[in-house]
Design a protein around this ligand. Structure first.
Ligand code: FES
Ligand code: FE2
Length: 434
């Protein structure tokens, strides 16, 4: 986020909102193009969405041991996520409480304490101020260190996924995720999961919403954008990605479930663990999954995909953040997750499966980011001409809901639909107006 911008004045806010409300009609399948390129909307999103909702910051397995820490961006501001000696994971604003120096300048590490590089104040990894150079002499015993601990940032986790929020009255994380948890359990809660290595990071010249939108509902592009995978024989035919379900829940979340799969693409020796973590309905669904692709509003997407490695279907599970840097630029941060108790060989093959498909060098990733960049460039056309242009999001409006699906939410029996995007943009609009 561009931190140098001043807050919007009331008049600008009102006129921008009036225009957004006039032109954005998710239920009619009408989304204006300029929302991907207008710097004022980007600023409004920062204020009304990213500073208010839960935003993903990492996975608990990135700080597996007491004393481990990572520093992460939370809506444009640096936060230290640290596991204290008591095993509790806490979030702190990355600022020394003396005179405001950025306290921790590393991405990750292990530290029982953090010492400020300006005057040397030292903080324990639970946030307490525990050391001040020459304290007695220079403060005469008057400095109340008990009131100078690091400033806490609200964080919470669900099945290992760590989220943070700047809201002082956040909706509980569990409520924010709501019914979507039923599906998330399969993606990240089916077994104890761990991240392999540090996340991969790269910058794309794209508005952040294109990534969220692509993962939440766009299976349709697979047969064209990724048409080469059918030509290479990696999938049986170009409409492979059509068969399955599209599911949406409240708060703008949604996913696509490709099924059925003839092969079980998860480590078979972990079936007892899967069954103990999932209901029988969840396990049955997981057993038939080809892929699961979705987005937790606003900008955390996830993916279970699989490829054949040495003749065997091997799944790979990843989560990715479309972190806004500017209206036309985002950092894509991708974490590969594997079942912690799987064999080393399986983990290695899952990593290979990931590298082939959705890593920066993966075949899908390169196809997608090129499209994202070109959509953003086209959305940055001349004003006021651009303000007249809308995208067509009407796909699948004629479809009836599936009523007997095992999981919750609004379910459609075809993945080629833009219903989830309409749901995403409805919530986006509600938050901008809130
Ligand atoms: S600013 Fe950190 S010790 Fe002074
Ligand atoms: Fe794609």
């Amino acid at each position: 986020m561009n931190k140098k911008q001043l807050p919007l004045d009331e008049r600008t806010r009102e006129s921008v909102l009036d225009h957004i409300n006039e032109t954005t009609q998710p239920e009619e399948g009408k989304i204006p193009a300029y929302i991907l390129s207008d710097p004022t909307i980007y600023k409004l999103e920062h204020e009304k969405i990213f500073l208010k909702t839960w935003v993903f910051i990492g996975h608990e397995s990135e700080v597996p041991n007491n004393g481990d820490y990572i520093t992460r961006d939370l809506a444009g501001y640096s936060v230290i996520v640290s596991r204290g000696e008591d095993g509790v994971i806490r979030g702190f604003y990355n600022m020394c409480t003396h005179r405001g120096m950025k306290l921790c300048r590393a991405d990750r590490g292990k530290a029982g304490r953090f010492t400020c590089s300006y005057h040397g104040f030292t903080f324990k990894n639970n946030g307490d101020l525990i050391g001040v150079p020459l304290q007695q002499d220079i403060y005469g015993g008057e400095l109340d260190t008990s009131k100078m601990g690091l400033h806490k940032v609200t964080i919470d986790s669900y099945k290992g996924l760590l989220f943070g929020t700047w809201s002082d009255q956040p909706q509980p994380l569990s409520d924010f995720l709501g019914d979507f948890k039923w599906y998330l359990d399969i993606v990240v809660g089916r077994a104890e999961m761990e991240v392999i290595g540090p996340p991969q990071r790269f910058v794309v010249h794209s508005n952040w919403k294109i990534g969220s939108d692509n993962f939440i509902s766009d299976s349709y592009h697979t047969m064209v954008t990724h048409g080469s995978i059918a030509k290479l024989g990696m999938v049986p035919n170009p409409t492979y990605s059509k068969i399955g379900y599209q599911v949406q829940t409240s708060n703008g979340h949604g996913l696509n479930i490709g099924m059925p799969n003839q092969e079980f693409a998860f480590p078979e020796e972990l079936i007892p663990e899967f069954q103990s973590n999932l209901s029988s309905e969840q396990f049955e669904l997981m057993s038939k999954v080809k892929n699961m692709i979705g987005t937790i509003f606003p900008n955390l997407s996830f993916l279970i995909s699989h490829t054949k490695i040495k003749g065997k279907a091997i799944s790979n599970t990843s989560v990715r953040l479309w972190r806004p840097i500017d209206v036309d630029k985002m950092e894509v941060i991708t974490w590969l997750l594997v079942e912690k108790h799987a064999s080393d060989d399986w983990k290695k093959r899952s990593r290979e499966s990931f590298i082939l498909t959705f890593s920066p060098s993966g075949i899908f990733e390169q196809d997608d980011t090129e499209v994202f960049t070109d959509i953003t460039a086209a959305a940055t056309g001349p004003m006021p001409f651009m303000k007249q242009l809308t995208y067509n999001y009407t796909m699948g409006m004629h479809r009836e809901q599936v009523r007997d699906f095992a999981g919750p939410g609004i379910v459609y029996g075809d993945k080629f639909s833009e219903a989830n995007s309409r749901n995403f943009y409805r919530y986006w609009l509600d938050l901008l107006n809130a």
